[in-house]
Ligand binder design. Sequence first.
Ligand code: GMT
Length: 377
Amino acid sequence: MKIGITCYPTYGGSGVVATELGLELAHRGHEVHFISYAQPIRLTELHANIHYHEVDVSRYPLFDYPPYDLALATRMAEVSELYGLDLLHVHYAIPHSVSALLARQMLAAKPKGQRLPFVTTLHGTDITLVGLDRSYLPITRFSIEQSDGVTAVSKYLQERTRREFDVRNNIQVIYNFVNCETYSRNTASPEQRLEYAHEDERILVHLSNFRPVKRVTDTIEILERVRKKVPAKLLLIGDGPDRSRAEWLAVQKGIHNDVIFLGKQDQVSEKLDILLMPSELESFGLAALEGMACEVVPIATRVGGVPEVIEHGKSGYLADVGDVDTMARYAIELLTDSTHLRQMAKACRGVAQSRFCASKIIPQYEEFYRRTLERSS
Ligand code: GMT
C-alpha cells in the first residue's frame, strides 16, 4: 500500500507512534509518505520506502495565525495525487483529521475523482483536553465521524470518546507497540551506568514532555523519599513547561545534585532500574511500555489506559494520582530486593513481548487499512 502519515513531528507519544508505525510499514514493503511541518524526530533512518514531504506555511503580515491546517490539506492532496496514495493515516485528531477531510474532498472534486480515504488515530489529549474545549469539540467530533476509519490506543480512550463525543462510527482499539528487538536490555555496560550514578546507587527515570499533566514534580517528591532509604539518582529526560518548577523543587529540597536533567534524548532506558510515570492522565503511557521492553519496571498512576498496559504487582505498580508516599514505598521495596526487581523486570519484558510487540500490532493496522479501503471503494 501507499500510505500518507501525518503527525506532530516533535517530542510526544503520538508522533513517536506514527513514526515507528511508518518505519515498520516501510520494512514490510509499504510505501510511506510522512507529511508534516518538520521531519519527525524519530525519522532518522534512510529507507527506499520512506519519503518525507514538508508542509510550508507562508507567513503573511495579515495572518496573525498562519493557517497550517489549510497548508497541510493542500500538501496532503498534492502528495496523494502525485504519488497515487491509497490512504492517509493521521495521528492526533486536531487539526490533522480536518485537513485530511479537506484533502479527500479536494481530490474527489477533480475531474477524475481520486478516492482518498483517511484513518484517524486518537491518542489522548486530542480527546481528553483539546477536543473537549468547547471551541474545538464540534469540529473534532465532525472530523472523527467523517473519518473512513478510527482507531484509539486503548479501551479507555475508545470508551471516553464514545461517551463524551457521542460519535456514531465504530472506533477500533489498536494498542501502541514497541519494537522488541530495538528496545531490549542489551546495550547497558557498567561504565555507562557510572556516567550517571555511583556503583552503589540505583537509577530512577522519568521521561515526558514536562507538561502539567505529567506531574513531573511528583518525581522529585518520590526521589526525596527513596533517598532516605536507598542511595539513588533521578534522570529526567525531556523538556517542557514544568522543567523549571522541577528544578526549583529539587533545589529547595537540597537534592538537586541527585537529579540529572538530560534534556530531549531518545533511548537511555536500558541503563535504568525504575521508571516513574506519576501522570494525572495517560490514555496509554508509551514511555512505560518502552521501559518495560527494556526491563525497566514502571511505577505509575492508576489512570486512563495505564492499567491496560501495567498489571499492578506483576509488571509494575500502580498508585493514585499524587500519592507519592505509596509510589516511593513501591520503589524502595523493589530497590532493596534485587531478586524481586529482576523478576518483575523480566515479567515486564514478557508483557511487552507477548502483547505489545510491533510484530503483533502492525498486522492489525494493515488489516484495518485493508478493511477501510474495501469499505470506501
Ligand atoms: O501527552 C503526551 O505525552 C503527548 C500525547 C501525544 O499525543 O503526543 O500522548 C498521548 O499519546 C501517547 C501515544 O499514543 C500515549 O502513550 C499517551 O498516554 C497520551 N497522553 C495522554 O493521554 C496524556
